[in-house]
Design a protein around this ligand. Structure first.
Ligand SMILES: Cc1cc2nc3c(=O)[nH]c(=O)nc-3n(C[C@H](O)[C@H](O)[C@H](O)COP(=O)(O)O)c2cc1C
Length: 137
């Protein structure tokens, strides 16, 4: 049985959402925002996207991870960031100590222009790498 994959994201101003939707299209899988009725527990692989806030995870994301047991789940994280993100991967690892956390990507958002369009090659090549790794045609 193929492991089910889901893209889950949090987004305040739409950047992370836009990236999440592109990644989900590439992975041919569902996409939901935290707090949506997405059945996160039935998925063995979560592609998880969030903006960086105060160099770490936003409180909404920390609360979500505290309330959802992701032990054993493989997580592919992506972050949208103004460039200061030193705590974010540490925050994620400490809230999901029993998950298998893959190497993240950081999507740089300068705050002017469209960060997703500017980083479309990074986003697509990362999604393609996940497809190859997980056997998604
Ligand atoms: C309140 C607030 C705090 C932020 N703090 C940081 C930060 O510490 N480091 C950083 O790199 N970006 C920071 N940012 C920038 C966001 O991470 C960035 O704009 C992100 O792409 C927004 O994603 P969204 O459109 O999905 O909400 C902050 C943005 C806000 C609104």
């Amino acid at each position: 049985m193929r492991t089910k994959i889901l893209v889950v994201y949090f987004s305040r101003t739409g950047t992370t959402k836009q990236a999440a939707e592109i990644i989900a299209r590439k992975l041919k899988c569902g996409c939901g925002e935290i707090g949506d009725e997405c059945d996160i527990k039935s998925h063995g692989i979560i592609v998880f996207g969030t903006p960086v806030q105060n160099a770490g995870l936003p409180p909404e994301v920390s609360d979500f991870l505290k309330g959802n047991d992701l032990r054993g789940v493989k997580i592919y994280p992506f972050f949208t960031t103004g460039g200061i993100y030193r705590y974010v991967i540490h925050d994620l690892k400490s809230l999901c100590p029993l998950s298998r956390i893959n190497e993240p990507i950081y999507i740089y958002n300068r705050g002017s222009g469209n960060a997703v369009e500017e980083n479309i090659n990074l986003i697509c090549s990362w999604a393609e790498k996940i497809c190859a790794q997980e056997g998604i045609q």
